[in-house]
Design a protein around this ligand. Sequence first.
Ligand code: NAD
Length: 304
Amino acid sequence: MADIIDGRAIAAQLDEQTKAQVDAMVDAGQARPGLTVILLGDDPASQVYVRHKIKACARVGIRSTEHRLSADTSQDDLLALIAKLNADDDVHGILCQVPLPPHIDPLKVLGSIAPEKDVDGFHPVNVGRLSTGTGGIIPCTPLGVMMLIDSVLDDLTGKDVVVIGKSNIVGKPVANLLLDREATVTVTHIYTEGLAQIARKADVIVAAAGAPRLVKGDWVKPGAVIIDVGITRVRSDEGKDKLVGDVAFDDVQHAKAVTPVPGGVGPMTIACLLSNTVRAAQAAELGQQASSSTVPPLPRVQQV
Ligand code: NAD
């Protein structure tokens, strides 16, 4: 039987460390880290994500502020709000929940957030830093993926890793982080031919396609580690909604370890957002951009 990598437990460990960092900053007379979340419109999934993020802030002592704007807010008004938040010293992290309404250019908006407050790690400056291995704020889900891999593997040097999906928010940043750890990385996507064969040679598979149960049992080499990023809401035969991942979980029990959906990558994404916010606040105290070379290194979570 494969070990189940318990994302909830690992996220709870990371939250404990984040809370201790917040407490230490406040005890030292520094500003309490603050996160501002902007939500446009009433997309139900986005509302749930934002609610979870705000609740999580309270758990670790991060001050959170919400700006709920109507779906027809103009791009200029949104950019003006972001400019105001960029200039506010009490705001250490700014998150603009995606997807944005169609009349808004997401690249323009995400690129208008000050890089040192871009706790999602989507700003081109942070993307560039990640791809050149020069620090910056690392996007939350890819960071969580790396921590989950680290919880079961000591060393990625020379390991064969197959990433399924090449999006800007998951596949590409995960591939860059893996390359920085000296893994041999194959990035695949919807047009990749012979994906099953490619996956079958992997020591680690990171599945981020959004294709339910894409990764079958015979795609997985015995002893491989599988990180399932995919989340798709499907209707069961009984007419109930449930979340499924990109991996046929029951068929990959010959793997060394696998993340469940839900309860794997999802909780890590929020825990990493909190950790990024505290790193941004620490860097602001130092008058610098958050970067792995200027603030304490990321906590290594213990194996659970
Ligand atoms: P995306 O749609 O932007 O990108 C999907 C990628 O997968 C593309 O590169 C596409 O070419 C590839 N792909 C799609 N179907 C494929 C197939 N059948 N075979 C091979 N490649 C295929 O998606 P995204 O934003 O990167 O998200 C991917 C999945 O991860 C989604 O299910 C999303 O909900 C989930 N996600 C989860 C979290 C989390 O916190 N757990 C965070 C972000 C995304």
